[in-house]
Structure formats: C-alpha cells, structure tokens
Design a protein around this ligand. Structure first.
Ligand SMILES: [Zn+2]
Length: 322
C-alpha cells in the first residue's frame, strides 16, 4: 500500500478533521441521528463504558466543521483524532486514518461545498425524535435547589435543562412504548409545548417510571420530580388541571390507592370534586390534605415535612369536602 506523503502544514492544524465528518462517523460505526447546522447529533459511543448505561436520550454531538465532539451527559469529549482513536482497533494509527480521509486538505480549504454534500445525506427535518433532546443538559445546581429537586430524580424522569433559555425541559412520552411525543419548555416567565399541537391528554408524566401500589396524581411534572426527590414515589402528572378520561383510566389501572393531589386553588378543588363523583367507585381514592400548611399552591411548594404529612393524612373519598 502506497503511503500518502506527509503533507506540509500538518502541524498547523491541531485538530485535523476528515473531508466528510459524517461519512467518517459512519465508517467508524458511530450511530448518527441528525444534523443541526454544524452539529451532528448521535449516540455517545463511550457512554456505556463510562456510565454503565446506553445513551438512550442521545446527548452527544460532533461539530461537522471542526470535528470536536462532546457528550453533555457523561463528559466524553475531544478532537476528531481522539474520537477515531477511541473507535478504531487499538493497533490502528488514528492520525493516519484521519489523514487518509483528507484531514489535512480539508482544513486548508474553504469548506462550503463539502458541507452541502454532507447535509443532503442527513435528516434535517423538524420531526421530534430523541435527538431533539441532544443539546439539553442536566439541570444546574441552582435550579434544582430552587425547587428542592435532586439530580437523581431529574435523571430518573428524564427531566433536562436548556442552558440557552435557562429553562426546564420536560419530555412527554407515550405510555408503554416510551416514544417521545415532544417536550415542554418551562421557566418562571415562559411556558411552551414543542411541537405546539402535541397531544398530551393520552400520556401521564411518570407513568412509565411508576413503582409501587400508590399513585399520587398531581398537575405539574416537576411536582412528581419533587416528590421523588424527597422519597415519595408513585407520582404521576396530568400536565395541568384537566385530567382526561384516558389519563384517569391509566392512573386507576396502576393504583391500589389513588391519592388525588391537584392544586390548592379553585380549579384544583373543582376538578377533584369531579374526579370523586365520577371515579370513586372504581378505585380506593384519597385526597391530599392542605389543612396543615398555610397558603401553599401545590404539593411541590410544601416543605419536605409538610409533603409527607399531606400524603400520610390524605383524606378518604367518603370523608372529603371541597
Ligand atoms: Zn456519553
């Protein structure tokens, strides 16, 4: 095999990238999913080795221009040559491998025509899939602290953070299949569903993660995460005060005891009374008690102690008054 001559200028480029990063990723056996501008999103190839788990919600991206790669979730990152070295058999020279694929030349050229060639091979549609979540991160300490959430609980429910908008990202998944339907973006000033017309009345946040015999039905997904953070399992959220018949069916099917824990306001009480009328014959039902706390709007706003008391002293359906 004729070796390519060492090209002058090699040392000028600290991070040589191949002529077509996307094609090289395929050749290396990396699972790519989608390209957003210059970022190619894919499943982190080092994730299992580093965390013991597959990169189920892809968190890894490679820059198509620079070849730099990074996993937001496990921290696997570096140059394209380092990535190639990780993926190739131990005895293969990664620098030579990249060089054979046009690494140095590409760094010398204007890259536009290469880029347009590689983009056509990639799905750049706006369809929601796991890669839609790839650029979101674990929530920062301060945001979790503000709501009394633990990182473990956020990860358990797949709750993420958009660092560009300083917002919570709450994935919405189909029951049973776990297919991603979309997500909610939420901060103090701002709330949005993506896609806008997402049909969420057929899913219950926390359904696929549910364990135990008790189901605690709340309005807001982050309250489910809050409960889990303080050791109270079984929370599910209806994404609001309007609990659909399908959501009620799902909750009842999961539960030996259903604790209705909608918000402490007029709408919440009205919806709770309605649930009592329609469903109390179908499942043992209790209603969250707010009597021991002053003026809290929902279970997520309670102190840890208050929340435990509220759950433990939930009122049986026959005794509750609204
Ligand atoms: Zn990773």
């Amino acid at each position: 095999v004729a070796r390519q001559p060492v090209q002058k200028g090699w040392d000028l480029f600290a991070n040589p990238v191949p002529g077509n990063v996307f094609a090289c990723l395929q050749e290396l056996g990396v699972e790519t999913i989608r390209q957003n501008d210059d970022e190619i999103l894919g499943r982190c190839p080092a994730h299992f080795e580093r965390t013991g788990k597959q990169d189920r919600h892809p968190s890894w991206s490679v820059n198509a221009e620079t070849g730099m790669h990074n996993c937001f979730s496990c921290g696997f990152s570096g140059t394209f040559v380092e990535l190639a070295a990780f993926m190739l058999p131990k005895d293969e020279d990664a620098v030579a491998w990249v060089r054979q694929r046009g690494g140095v030349e590409r760094a010398k050229r204007i890259l536009d025509k290469h880029r347009s060639a590689s983009i056509t091979e990639i799905d750049t549609s706006e369809v929601i899939n796991e890669a839609s979540l790839a650029l979101f991160t674990d929530p920062p300490e301060w945001a979790m602290e503000e709501r009394g959430l633990t990182l473990e609980a956020c990860r358990h429910f797949g709750v993420l953070w958009d660092p560009k908008k300083d917002s919570w990202i709450i994935p919405i998944r189909e029951p049973y299949s776990d297919r991603l339907l979309g997500y909610q973006i939420k901060n103090k000033r701002y709330f949005r569903n993506v896609p806008k017309d997402m049909e969420k009345s057929g899913s219950l946040f926390g359904f696929n993660e549910h364990e135990g015999d008790v189901v605690i039905l709340v309005e807001s997904p982050l309250d489910v995460v809050r409960l889990y953070s303080i050791g109270i399992k079984g929370g599910v959220a209806a994404y609001g005060v309007r609990v659909s018949a399908k959501q009620m069916r799902m909750a009842i099917d999961l539960a030996d005891v259903l604790i209705v824990a909608l918000d402490n306001d007029k709408d919440g009480r009205y919806a709770s009374a309605d649930i009592k009328t329609r469903y109390s014959g179908q499942v043992r039902m209790r209603f969250l008690s707010y009597t021991h706390c002053d003026d809290v709007k929902d279970v997520g706003a309670m102190s840890e102690e208050e929340a435990h008391i509220a759950i433990d002293s939930a009122v049986p359906s026959v005794l509750v008054k609204f």
